[in-house]
Design a protein around this ligand. Structure first.
Ligand code: TYC
Length: 108
């Protein structure tokens, strides 16, 4: 609902008040397969950065290994971009070419 307030006294401005909230767009953080990043490193990433328990981390890693890519998690934009930056930096520091990207979820 949008309501136009009376003009503020002593000014020429009005305020649009909205009681309806809008949910932020969500972003998928995708892991992409490559031939060099060790499986154990990917499982560690899924545990440390995406809070996956070991069995789920193993399953996601293997799905990425077999299918080429997979979803590590779904977040608001800034959280997703931060995870992409942190994981990429960690992988490069270890000398691994792991690629991590964020993409918007389709509109509901
Ligand atoms: N394909 C890699 C290997 O065989 C493992 C791997 C899995 C790499 C997932 C990246 O996102 C990835 N060592």
């Amino acid at each position: 609902m949008t309501r136009r307030t009376p003009a503020d006294p002593g000014s020429n401005t009005q305020t649009l008040e909205r009681t309806q909230t809008t949910r932020p767009r969500l972003y998928r953080v995708l892991l992409l397969n490559d031939d060099y990043t060790p499986m154990d490193f990917v499982v560690m990433v899924l545990g440390q950065y995406f809070r996956k328990a070991e069995p789920e981390a193993q399953a996601i890693m293997l799905a990425v290994h077999r299918k080429g890519q997979g979803v590590a998690g779904v977040y608001t934009r800034e959280v997703a971009e931060t995870k992409v930056a942190q994981v990429t930096q960690h992988a490069r520091a270890e000398g691994f070419p792991l690629r991590v990207v964020a993409e918007p979820e389709p509109d509901l």
